[in-house]
Design a protein around this ligand. Sequence first.
Ligand code: COA
Length: 258
Amino acid sequence: MEYKNLQIDREEKIAIVTINRPQKLNALNRETIQELHQVFSVLESDNTIKVILLTGSGTKAFVAGADISEFADFNIAQGADLAKKGQTLLFDFIANLSTPVIAAVNGFALGGGLELAMACHFRVASDNAKMGLPEVSLGVIPGYGGTQRLPQLIGKGKAMELILTANMLTANEAKDCGLVNHVVPQEELLALCKKLATKISRNSSAAISSAIKAINANFDFDKNGFEVEIKQFGSCFGTKDFTEGTTAFLEKRKPNFK
Ligand code: COA
């Protein structure tokens, strides 16, 4: 399938999704959000893809935010609708995807760009990356989950400061507060992400999907995370991966998960 604003590459069991609007610093317009939804749906149902990497084209930006030119004249109802549709179609959709998604943050991740990175299962940044939620400087607040996911990741006080000041963090500052897991020179970013993805891809996809559900339940007020963990733990016992994983251990060999 062809995408106007995305480039998709596959390397063995890894898919690399690159947001490709470099002239607009990969800002998320409506069409790009739709395309991302579509490609993540397709990749999730592709059993040969075990991990997805998400990055931005060029060397300057991951994503410089939601496309401001698309909502500058919106009214109250349109604003609420924009946030709701975006959260449902893309941000919550990625967070709850059963295939793990790693954000390779290769430059500016601002506003909707940082929200997109935060919706991914974890983040790795290049040393030139700058991250922040500058929405209050535009007279609006983060609307794609940023007010919820940032405090979950870095704590309430730091999130308050970052959102209220509209300041940007450097990559190392983001690492120090747990927003990104690793910082590497830009030319090593994809290599490190692929290394992590390869490691993940050798584990059981069924167990990984259960782990994502159980971890996410910790942040869902409608769910009891411990109960979700019990259910997901039990469901693992009904999978072929569990039979293969435990048999391989007892036979002193590496498991071969499909
Ligand atoms: N929405 C729409 N267009 C955007 C954009 C966004 N969020 N971010 C950047 N662009 C566009 C610029 O308008 C410019 O387009 P033009 O060449 O047609 O004028 C192009 O991308 C390059 O950006 P520019 O501002 O010239 O680059 P810079 O190096 O001077 O500054 C940033 C880089 C990231 C600091 C700056 O682009 C910026 O502040 N962007 C908006 C960040 C933001 O507030 N995001 C939250 C949105 S809710």
